[in-house]
Design a protein around this ligand. Sequence first.
Ligand code: ADP
Length: 500
Amino acid sequence: MATLSIDPRVSGRTADFVATDHRMLIDGRFVTAASGKTFPVYNPAAGEVLTYVPEAETEDVNRAVAAARRAFDEGPWPRMSPSERGRTLWQIADLIEKNLEEFAELESLDNGKPFKVARVADVPLTVDMFRYMAGWATKISGKTLPLSAGNDFHSYTLREPIGVVAQIIPWNFPLLMAAWKLAPALACGCTIILKLAEQTPLSGLRLAQVLDEAGLPPGVVNVLTGFGEGAGAPLAAHEQVDKVAFTGSTEVGKLIVQAATGNLKKVTLELGGKSPALVFPDARIDAAIRGTASAIFFNHGQCCCAGSRLYIHEKVFDEVVEGVSHVAEDIKLAPGLDPSCQMGPLVSDEQYRKVVGYIESGITDGAKVAAGGPASGVERGYFVRPTVLTNTNPRMKVVQEEIFGPVVCAIPFSDKELDAIVKRANDTLYGLAASVWTQNLSLAHKMSRAIRAGTVWVNCHNVFDASLPFGGYKQSGWGREMGEEVLNNYLETKAVTIAL
Ligand code: ADP
């Protein structure tokens, strides 16, 4: 094995964890892959190997599914009182909170994001998700239904856990995405096989230890590390899995749907986006500049809801582009654990090449670079400068496709007709999110109704809360995460009718 490169700024605990012989969680035991294979995990700030983790393949998937199946069909978890399940979820939240710094360090090391962001955003939101869902465990109930057929029947619904759930998550918010998936499924009484993203398995492996410590019965949550084709695909296709919940690219989302057809398992998908941010001339311009810059540059643009198409009214176009460009130029690129870091590296070499390729394609197609550009100026690591492109047209790849990096296309509009602006905002395969920047209340509400997206933010962007449903229209997905609504992803409804 190569010498491992661990940032000297991390705590001893984190360094020890990174250097351990990593194991997956299957059936309540920490195990290697059946094949004994491992694969490297990289530090994106240096492009060097951080550590190695087990490489799950079909045999490991089969073991994990068998464990989850047993835990669901015979184990205590779906049968215990909702209050007990809620207490366990709360306990998981407490344990994550107790280890907040360590989780934030792992997230920063592995994903590249600034430690201070992981510390105030990723980890606290994760804790909150488990607490919020701990509350829901005791509030899942059916209804009593009056029948049109008359009073000779007593009918009611039961809301039951959907069964064994496969959850496949991405690398952009590794811990938080695990929480978005695990917490509601656990609250509903499901059992789970969670496949972590191959780029960022470390916080999920640490979470597996926390789940074990919280006293989850064996097989209730199984945590696998492995690749999409080797581990994700057999999981999505598995006949003993009742449901697959996926977050990732639209391309892989379509493969998941195909894989699920064998046993017609239920599917929910949280996929890509090309979200518009619309700045109207009456907006508070300072706030709009800061807000739309953050809409695209937060998490290095590696957000499915990043505000990557910035439509600005022509009256304020120059001012907003100049302002967002200034913000971009001022952002300090550094390794996530460097205290001065405002933006870390992208997650991987592959992602780095993809995003730089998009910037270059935009330039080749005639776009102008108002800030940033393809060269990062940083010697090593997968850094990309926050980039603002102007002079684009609607047919360019940079305007149409999800870049998943810190690259925004600023586009002027002069339309007085609301319909024309709405049409441009909606002119995409996706429908995940949008933001509207205006002081005009009526316009804000009209835009919120007209935009075909699962989330509309007004005078803000990237506001997430465990209580807010999140998900996409069109090719941005099926179903919703978070809020009361996510419970639908993990429950079946049974109608019971009794002749009186
Ligand atoms: P990205 O391109 O941003 O890495 P992906 O959609 O490829 O996003 O990956 C998201 C998750 O889906 C990861 O956990 C990955 O391993 C998994 N994955 C990739 N390909 C497949 C597949 N064919 N079947 C199931 N899971 C997959």
